[in-house]
Design a protein around this ligand. Structure first.
Ligand code: ACO
Length: 371
């Protein structure tokens, strides 16, 4: 077969790389993360354990986990100059654009920027994981004309992340739901944003550049941007009885319903969505918002009945973030913050075993024209 005949639009079904990080076993309904089932991890360990697993290849011991936590706390501050850049952005700047700018600006402050060794890349991954939550939260506060919030070093990674966004110390169950969401967002094989990072890293470009490219990819509503769109739809419906008519109207108008469908899962439930659905139920009951859970379930039933489509992670992560009082503008930035570890691990892997990405294209334009 000529390479032109072997064209797969959107690279659907194409194996673009090898990885020991993760694999979506759709038939077994399992997301494999370095040999572990992601859902089991999310039920049994915490986000920093998954960080250790992805960056170091094994679940950390208690001491190793403490060392990761200490490293993250020590690297959490953002250079004043980066805050000045964020402050100078127009108020209309999308939170993902502010995050992209912030990550890009941080690059210049990293003395190991152009060192592509595994060790230096790991240091940079930790610095990014430490600083991205502060960029997410503070770019938003600055946009709203509020002073930036300093990280609280007495709180856990996840508790501090919520605190920096909301200004309030979260309860234990809020931290648990958020930490689980970070785990299920942490790594997912080869989505568009990870592919973008690997393509960039394959030129021997640096991890900051690769992550900056990922932010741009993740912003789109066909990818990470869907979680914000889901919440806007749920709020537009407003009440349990309005969700079905709203979805039906959107479907009649041939609109896509955000939070449904997935290139890999296609006609199966995303296992991560199932876990977030349970987290939503727990939070909704605690906060007296069972109506929100009910609304989501009705939406799920309507989409299964009308389109044979199932929810993806974004569908249930969005209302969880809503109940955690996270502003809607920050849902996709939080997704990126959680995915920073997965993307970093992919960049490390790409640099360790590199082959430049340089595919071909099928030309459909004219030939033999002359000026
Ligand atoms: N709402 C309505 N119809 C849909 C949806 C949806 N959410 N998703 C797919 N379809 C329909 C398409 O219209 C198409 O129907 P047709 O064959 O009658 O034209 C069919 O299902 C196949 O759709 P494709 O776009 O070819 O499937 P693809 O694999 O490219 O799409 C995608 C995957 C982009 C995620 C799609 O399902 C979608 O747009 N979903 C909404 C956005 C979303 O939730 N994104 C988050 C992805 S998960 C994540 O990033 C964590």
């Amino acid at each position: 077969m000529s390479i032109e005949q072997d064209y797969r639009p959107g690279l659907e079904g194409v194996i673009a790389s090898e990885t020991s990080l993760s694999f979506l076993d759709v038939d077994a309904e399992e997301i494999v993360i370095r040999g572990y089932d992601l859902i089991e991890l999310a039920e049994e360990v915490s986000y920093l354990d998954v960080v250790g697993l992805l960056l170091d290849g094994k679940l950390p011991s208690h001491l190793e986990r403490q060392a990761i936590e200490k490293d993250l706390k020590e690297n959490a501050d953002i250079p004043e100059a980066v805050m000045t850049i964020l402050k100078a952005l127009p108020k209309e700047t999308h939170a993902m654009d502010a995050l992209r700018t912030g990550i890009s600006a941080l690059a210049g402050f990293d003395s190991e920027l152009d060192d592509r060794s595994k060790e230096a890349n790991r240091h940079k991954a930790i610095r990014l994981l430490a600083k991205v939550p502060a960029v997410v939260a503070n770019s938003y506060h600055l946009k709203m004309g509020r002073p930036p919030v300093e990280p609280r070093k007495d709180l856990s990674y996840s508790a501090n992340f919520i605190y920096m966004i909301t200004g309030t110390e979260p309860s234990e169950s809020e931290v648990q739901a958020f930490d689980q969401s970070l785990m299920v967002y942490s790594e997912h094989e080869m989505p568009n944003s990870t592919f973008a990072a690997r393509v960039i890293a394959s030129t021997q470009s640096d991890i900051y550049g690769a992550l900056t490219g990922s932010v741009a990819s993740l912003k789109g509503t066909l990818h990470g941007g869907a979680n914000e769109a889901v919440m806007k739809m749920l709020l537009e419906a407003g009440t349990v009885d309005q969700i079905e008519p709203l979805i039906m109207k959107k479907l009649q108008n041939k609109e896509r319903i955000m939070g449904f469908g997935h290139r890999v899962y296609m006609k199966k439930m995303d296992p991560r969505a199932q876990l977030m659905k349970q987290a939503l139920l727990k939070l909704a009951e605690e906060k007296g918002r069972h109506d929100l859970y009910e609304m989501c379930e009705i939406g799920e039933d309507v989409m299964r009945r009308e389109k044979g489509l199932y929810p993806n992670l974004d569908y249930y992560a969005a209302p969880v973030y809503y109940l955690l009082n996270i502003p809607i503008d920050l849902y996709t930035p939080v997704f990126l913050a959680a995915r920073t570890v997965g993307i970093s691990a992919h960049v490390i892997e790409q640099h360790e075993n590199n082959r430049l990405f340089r595919p071909r294209i099928r030309y459909t334009g004219p030939r033999n024209l002359h000026p």
